[in-house]
Design a protein around this ligand. Structure first.
Ligand SMILES: Cc1cc2nc3c(=O)[nH]c(=O)nc-3n(C[C@H](O)[C@H](O)[C@H](O)COP(=O)(O)OP(=O)(O)OC[C@H]3O[C@@H](n4cnc5c(N)ncnc54)[C@H](O)[C@@H]3O)c2cc1C
Length: 458
């Protein structure tokens, strides 16, 4: 069958792909938008949004636990039911993307549910659910936004067990009595704490020597300290060597000789890019690579743009969306700046939240910068003092001393992700330290600790 001529094909409709397809169609291009599962991708259905509803539930319970000694007495009976209901009804429409599909169609795009593959420059084949294949020739080009899937480590016996990934965890209607989480990154930590606060006995198994390995070590230590104080068992520097499942119980053997048992097992051990089956080899790219190298306009080759987690520039929804804006300018020939990644923020929504932007101290040193750091604890701030329970936190800033600007910062604590905003602005706009030194901050806010950290630069 002859290929259908279009302007643009978007393969994979994660946050960036969906936004780009919408923008390109609205700009008048003929756009075919292809997704093999749900329009919107991981974030709204299995990632950010449902996980933040879980966390919100856990945080409310934690606040209730802080009533004693602060505001009287509170007796609460935790129930997961409202969390599960909010996720199914409000967040995901029961994992149905009809609204998102209609939104794209209203913008003028043609939405195709099927699996897309490059077959050459500007050429795409889409396998539809009934097995037929539709081919497209895209005169402007192709945008790839295929995202990632949960990585499953090669642990003996694991594949034969009914383990959970984030895809299962967000659909849980009743929590288990006990849970082992393999992986102490953002996803593992967020889910571990949320479920623990509803009464599940949680053990986190982290093969590295600390939780949240991509963040500052001080933030990792803070989160571990809080987890332990809340009854979460944190095992670092260990690996599971064997997993078995029988009679409703998981058994995990660790390489230090310990044996763990639990009702459920959540694998949160990183992500695998969906690059192995999108036809990269047909345009001269490596299908076994973990990331696709793009230029500052998100171009990865002739008539090819790549967005999202698979670019390796930050596996976050806001990066995917940001890239879609830059790539859309490139696709439509509109004016505007290219992509810059010197101030990519991220937040892990544990309590305390861990927000980071730009480089860590180690990354700055590895980059050969002349580094000065500033540090302060939030519980020692006026706001922390008045806040009382739950105010543990810190701010750490990293200065390129040769230029007198911040190149990185961490805000961990109550609303750490919000406090991060001021630091992200400073890193993004390269605000001189001398300007930060003369800023007036409202008393008594948590962000008032930023000038304290600036004063500590040494
Ligand atoms: C539990 C969890 C919590 C998270 N929390 C946050 C958070 O709080 N904040 C944040 O910024 N980020 C968070 N993330 C990360 C965030 O979900 C991703 O960074 C975001 O979804 C952007 O991904 P993406 O654009 O690469 O594509 P994805 O969202 O992964 O979407 C890719 C899409 O491509 C489709 N696809 C793949 N291959 C093909 C093909 N061959 N043909 C057709 N379609 C295809 C898939 O079906 C999917 O719909 C979280 C992730 C998880 C798992």
């Amino acid at each position: 069958m002859a290929a259908t001529d279009v302007d643009l094909v978007v393969i994979g409709l994660g946050p960036g792909g969906e936004a780009l397809a919408t923008g390109a169609a609205a700009a008048g291009l003929s756009v075919v938008a292809v997704d093999k599962h749900l329009v919107g991708g991981e974030c709204p259905y299995y990632g950010c949004i449902p996980s933040k509803m879980m966390i919100r539930g856990g945080d409310v319970l934690a606040e209730a636990g802080r009533v004693e000694g602060t505001a009287g007495e509170a007796e609460v009976s935790p129930s997961w039911r409202p969390v599960a209901t909010r996720i199914a009804d409000e967040a995901t429409s029961h994992w149905d993307d009809t609204v998102a599909v209609e939104r794209l169609q209203d913008a003028g795009a043609t939405v195709v549910h099927g699996t897309g593959r490059l077959t050459g420059t500007g050429q795409v084949a889409v396998e539809l659910p009934d097995g037929t294949v539709q081919e497209y020739a895209a005169s402007v080009g192709v945008v790839l936004n295929p995202g990632t899937r949960p990585s499953v480590p090669p642990i003996e016996g694991l594949a034969d067990t009914p383990y959970w990934t984030n895809r299962d965890a967000v659909k849980v209607t009743e929590l288990p009595g006990s849970l082992v989480v393999i992986g102490g990154g953002a996803i593992g930590c967020e889910m571990a704490q949320a479920m623990s606060r509803f009464g599940t006995r949680v053990t986190v198994v982290q093969h590295g020597d600390r939780l949240l390995a991509g963040d500052e070590p001080e933030a990792s230590a803070l989160v571990e300290e809080v987890f332990v104080s809340e009854g979460i068992r944190v095992l670092t520097g260990v690996e599971a060597t064997r997993v078995a499942y029988a009679d409703g119980t998981f058994t995990l053997d660790l390489d230090d000789g310990e044996r763990l048992t639990a009702d459920k097992l959540l694998i949160a051990a990183g992500r695998t890019p969906n690059l192995d089956d999108v036809g990269l080899e047909t345009v001269g790219l490596d299908p076994t690579a973990r990331t696709v190298q793009t230029d500052e306009w998100l171009r990865a080759g002739e008539k090819l743009w790549v967005l999202g987690d698979v670019t390796g520039d930050g596996a976050f929804t806001h990066v995917s969306m940001y890239q879609s804006e830059v790539a859309l300018r490139s696709v439509t020939g509109a004016d505007g700046p290219p992509a810059s990644y010197h101030a990519v923020p991220h937040v892990t929504f544990t309590d305390p939240e861990v927000g980071g932007v730009g480089m860590t101290e180690q990354q700055a040193r590895d980059a050969g910068l002349t580094v000065r750091t500033g540090f302060t604890r939030l519980e020692q701030s006026s706001r922390g003092f008045t806040h009382g329970k739950g105010s543990q936190g810190l701010i750490k800033i990293v200065e390129d001393a040769d230029r007198g600007v911040l190149v990185g910062a961490t805000a961990a604590g109550w609303a750490g992700g919000e406090v991060l905003g001021i630091l992200a602005l400073a890193v993004h706009a390269e605000v001189p330290i001398s300007t930060l030194q003369t800023m007036i901050t409202a008393f008594p806010t948590f962000h008032r600790a930023v000038p304290t950290a600036v004063a500590d630069l040494s």
